[in-house]
Design a protein around this ligand. Sequence first.
Ligand SMILES: Cc1ncc(COP(=O)(O)O)c(C=O)c1O
Length: 343
Amino acid sequence: MSVPLTLFASDNYAGAHPAVLEAVAAANVGWARAYGDDEWTARLRERLREIFGDVEAFPVFNGTGGNVTALSAVLRPYEAVICPETAHINVDECGAPERMAGAKLVDVPTPDGKLTPELVRSRLTGFGDQHHVQARVVSISQSTELGTVYAPAELLALADVTHEAGLLLQMDGARLVNAAEALGVKLRELTTDCGVDVLTLGGTKCGLLGAEAVVFLRPNLAAEYLYARKQGTQLASKMRFISAQLLRLFEGGLWRETAGHANAMARRLGDAVAATPGVTLAYPVQANAVFAALPARAIEQLHERYHFYVWDEDAGVVRLMCSWQTTPQDVDDLVSALRAATG
Ligand SMILES: Cc1ncc(COP(=O)(O)O)c(C=O)c1O
C-alpha cells in the first residue's frame, strides 16, 4: 500500500516559499548584531508600522510562543482570558497559556468558532469579587480554527464590548493574511482600525520557514514585553533570519499571493465538496480551510490515499487545509477520490 499523501493535512505541511529561502540566504552575509539589534529587524519594525500604524512589533519563533508571551505581558496572575472553546490557545497549546502565562481560560462554545458581543457579555461576570478570576483579555482567532472569518463590523462590535468592560482584545492572527485576502481588505482594516490591541501575526502558514511576530497595536502595552519574550523562550539570537522572512512576506505583495492562492484552492475544493452527493460542508468556506461531513466508511477509504485530520468523530467532520503550495490538480485529484469514496 502506498504512503498516504499529506498535502491536505495542514498548511503547516507545506514547504517554505522559494522567495523566502532566498531572502534568508541573502541575509546570510557576514556578521550582524544579535537579539534583534540588526538591520533586518529594524526594517521589519518600520514596515509593520507602515502597515499597522504606530505599533511595537517583536519577531518570535512560533505561534504558540507568540500567543503565550503576548498574554503573559498583559495579564496579572488572577486575570483571565475569554476565548472560543475551539481556540488554538484552548485546545492546541498543551496548556501553555495556563502554565506559562498563568492565565485561566474562560472558553465559550460557539456555533462557528467566532465570539460575538453576546457571548462575551455572558462571561463578563464577577468583577470586583475577590472569589472570582478577573477577566482581562478577549482572545479571537482570525481566520478561526473552523476556517470562518470575522468581518470588520463584527470585529468593531467585539472591540466595543471588550473595551467598554475595560478589557483588551487579542487576536491570534496565525491566518490573518488569509482573512484579509478573502475580504479584499488591508491588514490594518482587520486590526488597528477595528480596535484590536495585541496581535500575534502569522507567517509560517503562508510560506515562511518559521517566523511570527507579536504586534502591540497600542504601543504602551509593549512596555514589559521584552522580558516576557525572553522569559517565554521566544527571543531569537540570530533574529535577522526570522526578520528577513517576515520582511519578504510583508515588504511586497507576497502575503497576498500566497494567502490568495491558498484561499482560491479552498474555494475550488469547497465548491466541489458542496456539489458532491453524500457530503456536506460543516462550515462556510471563507479562508483556506474546508470542513466536510461525510460517512465514516468514506473517511476510512479516503484515509488510504490521504492523510488528513478528523475534526469531529461523532459528526464525521474532517478538515482539509489548502496552502500556497496546493495546486488545482491536487484539489481535483482529491475530489475524484472523494467522489469515488462516497459514490
Ligand atoms: C489558530 C492558530 N494559532 C496559532 C497557531 C500556531 O501554532 P505553532 O505554535 O505551531 O506555530 C496555529 C497553528 O496551527 C493555529 O492554527
